[in-house]
Design a binder for this molecule. Structure first.
Ligand code: FAD
Ligand code: NAD
Length: 465
């Protein structure tokens, strides 16, 4: 097979890698991308998109089940619903197929050469790929490592049989009767909630003293309340110890030290993800590392000239939109543009029920910057649109500097607030002051009005509370 030489080689076609390759192609850079699985990476195939599809299906099912229970205030009656999970999964696979096909089309349109197979470094400028038709050697002036991450396994609870990762959880053919989730972070809560809504008896085992420890307690309170209402058992300060001998239960050390056996048809382990940095020759390049992750500077440059790293391999926050923004920036740097990471904030959204959004600094983090802060919180209880959607639980909170009112952080928890992430991100990125948000006409009736009211509240000028 003839060797390939190119200006840019991207390894991994997840959101980081494929965006980098598309932008590079658009900029006229001779680009090759290598992918060992499917275009779209974790996000499109086994992450963001499939999980949100499942969450949506579960929500629809739960809504109808609630209406069928006869205890609703809307005056709607219906019969008890049923769900055929294999059909739901087929629908989800259809969406994934459309999106990954779309990525392939975009790469083609940008004239990016796609090589299918596992890349392995020979040296910092040469990679070999085992393809279906033989070994392909690729030499490149610049290399972007975008190999992403995989689920962390617990040594005493290896994946296999009843013990599953998010990947298997997103392709089950039937809803398990009893699901035990180890890890009450992003994936554990998003998927645990979805399976509970579809009828599973769910228990969540979290090692820390509360769920979603990355968010402050005020933000996660409505989520905890809803988990309880859904009948999900949450054990905090608890440690998974291993499978019971029968294989049908998880042994857990509870907070008070007692050992409990939680019966389970499936045990979903979601205790974080680790970067894909080993087993493909990267170790031999001896790049500087930051813990398990590849160390990068503000241009995503690693310690070796001409080698960049983007996305989950470079550490937290392991989010698709961060990977994409890094990918786009690196393509422009390779094209000779003057670029450096200058983003003020990376929005984080947790698709729990209700959803959580956080952009910029939380109140405690803002206080740590030293200056005085102002805070405005507006509850959805006082928002007309939220009431009409039966979504009164939650709020929008704005944190700003007390001296010049520069907005430092915006958080929200509530039904459907993920869609407010765009407005929050824009406000922070454009350096909005409280007066800018308060002075913007927000359409009525929308949940977005709570954002304006939170800013008004921080200014002491609230109207609707
Ligand atoms: P990845 O998407 O992991 O892609 C890396 C690619 O590299 C893979 O396709 C892999 O096959 C390929 N690869 C690896 N090694 C090689 C090699 N040697 N040769 C060739 N190819 C290789 N993030 C969000 O922002 N929002 C969400 O709602 C969200 N939900 C998630 C839900 C779940 C269940 C999971 C697991 C993750 C979720 N994430 C979410 C995280 C998101 O998926 C990742 O942050 C994102 O995919 C990272 O992109 P990436 O390009 O760095 O890596
Ligand atoms: P996570 O870091 O969000 O949560 C892991 C949880 O497991 C933590 O709360 C941790 O305290 C707990 N834990 C760790 N070891 C444990 C043990 N032995 N026993 C019990 N609990 C334990 O990780 P995740 O849920 O696996 O998700 C991985 C990453 O994927 C996230 O960090 C996030 O970057 C990304 N993700 C994002 C979204 C989103 O943006 N909506 C959704 C899913 C995943």
């Amino acid at each position: 097979m003839k060797d390939i030489s190119c200006k840019l080689l991207v390894i991994g076609a997840g959101p980081g890698g494929y965006v980098c390759a598309i932008r590079a192609g658009q900029l006229g850079i001779d680009t090759v991308i290598v992918e060992m699985a499917k275009p779209g990476g974790t996000c499109l195939n086994i992450g963001c998109i499939p999980s949100k599809a499942l969450i949506h299906a579960a929500e629809e099912f739960d809504k109808i089940a609630h209406l069928a229970s006869g205890r609703n205030a809307l005056g709607i009656t219906t019969t008890k619903p049923a769900i055929d999970l294999s059909q739901t999964i087929a629908w989800k696979d259809g969406i994934v197929g459309r999106l990954t096909g779309g990525v392939s089309g975009l790469l083609k349109r940008a004239k990016v050469k796609v090589v299918q197979g596992r890349a392995r470094f020979r040296d910092g400028k040469t990679v070999e790929v085992e393809t279906e038709t033989g070994r392909q050697i690729i030499r490149a002036e610049n290399v972007v490592i975008a190999t992403g991450s995989v689920p962390v396994a617990l040594p005493f609870l290896p994946f296999g049989g009843t013990v599953i990762s998010s990947t298997e959880a997103l392709s089950l053919s039937a809803v398990p009767d009893r699901l035990v989730v180890v890890g009450g972070g992003y994936i554990g809560l998003e998927l645990g909630t979805a399976f509970a809504k579809m009828g599973a008896k769910v228990s969540i085992v979290e090692a820390q003293d509360r769920i979603l420890p990355q968010y402050d307690a005020e933000l996660t309170r409505p989520v905890s309340k809803r988990l309880k209402a859904l009948g999900i058992e949450v054990m905090t300060g608890a440690k998974a110890r291993g499978l019971a001998k029968s294989g049908g239960a998880l042994l857990v050390e509870a907070e008070d030290g007692t050992e409990i056996s939680l019966p389970a048809d499936k045990i979903l382990v979601t205790v974080g993800r680790r970067p894909v940095t080993q087993g493909w020759g990267l170790e031999e390049l001896v790049l500087d590392m930051e813990g398990a992750f590849i160390r990068i500077d503000e241009r995503c440059q690693t310690s070796m000239r001409g080698i960049y790293a983007i996305g989950d391999v470079t550490g937290e926050p392991m989010l698709a939109h961060r990977a994409m923004a890094q990918g786009e920036m690196v393509a422009e740097i390779v094209a000779g543009h003057k670029r450096a990471w200058d983003k003020r904030a990376i929005p984080a959204v947790c698709f729990t029920d209700p959803e959580i959004v956080s952009v910029g600094l939380a109140p405690d983090e803002a206080k740590k910057t030293g200056g005085e802060t102002k805070l405005g919180l507006f509850p959805f209880l006082a928002n007309g649109r939220a009431m009409t959607k039966q979504g009164e639980d939650g709020f929008v909170r704005v944190v700003a500097r007390a001296d010049n009112h520069l907005v430092l952080g915006i958080q929200a928890v509530g039904q459907g607030v993920s869609e407010l992430a765009a407005a929050f991100g824009l406000a922070i990125e454009m350096g909005a002051r409280l007066e800018d948000i308060a002075g913007t006409i927000h359409a009525h009736p929308t949940e977005g009005e709570a954002f304006q009211e939170a800013a008004l509240k921080a200014l002491g000028q609230e109207l609707h509370i």
